[in-house]
Design a protein around this ligand. Sequence first.
Ligand code: ZN
Length: 382
Amino acid sequence: MKKLSILLALIGLLNFDAKAQMPSDNGIMRLDEFRYPKKREIINIPNVNGLTVLKCDFHMHTVFTDGHVWPNVRIGEAWKEGLDAISFTEHVEYTPHSDDVKVGNLRPHELAKTLAAENNIILIKGTEVTRNTPPGHFNALFIQDDKNLVADRASDLDEKAIQAVVDQNAFIFWNHPGWKAAQIAGSYEWIPFVEKMYQEKKLHGIEVVNGFGFHKKALDWALDRNLTVIGNTDIHNLIAHDYDIEREGVHRTMTLVMSKDRSAEAIREALEKGNTVAWSSNYLFGKEENVRNLFHACVKFSSAYHEKTNAQGKKTKYYELSNNSDLHFELHLKQGNGTQKVILYPQSTQIITASDNQSKLTYEVVSTYIRSDQHLKVDLSL
Ligand code: ZN
């Protein structure tokens, strides 16, 4: 009898225990299998001569002008994709949602800044000065407030509109210079308005890549005048609506900023120094020095690890070319006797073979543009 009561007590305890361990589902079974795993991607790019390479998108829109998303969504996207810094750059002169959303040029910044801080995203105050084309649109980063911006689009106020952001000590770049090339004759030229801005030091950079378009003439203008090379999305919809970001290796268009640290101040300093490379699709765009430094930070060439001699006595040596980054490089042989074409996928190695009795192979890195018609050339010392 005693044994039985102990046994019953034990069963009771077991029952009690089992109940205690079963999570209460409140009558709802979770079906989370198809949910996105919550994680932030890491875009691997090694430091370049001691500088951190920050992934930045300085041109995007929300419902506060002509975008289709709420500001918080942009923070979520940037976090997920592994970006370091973004800027909301709403149109000053163009607010098509004003009947439904109260206009406020820096309102997205205000609404999203706490979430940005919590997600370790650097949020830079910005705006898009949206004049008729020509001259077109200019982004102004690091503005303080939106009180004195010029919302009137009349052409005789173009200079005043630029001056309003100059007065705020903004970093200013010309957006997508060729965007109306097909519709407005003469708009995709180095126009007098822009020349005057440049002469007066009111223009600091050019958006050479906008979304999916490389503005070729704009790259040469930037290089010839030592203006900073910029690449942005100018996204209006969801990033995932336009970019196939779930596919391996796909990333949004962005500016790689080589910065002394991960802060807004250091980003500004790097932008002013022109320490940038635009990255879009498989391509890099920028000043030769910057693209070269970035290439050499990512790509390493080994010493010969093997050699073989054929029946005619000719010796071939084997080397490894390694890409220690998430960037993509494609190399075509220009000089020397060796492997003709190399596709260096992200985080991978390829074999290079070269005949004996030569000191180097010279390649063109065809996935880079250091002018509209010129790729980076690199020597591999044998
Ligand atoms: Zn825009």
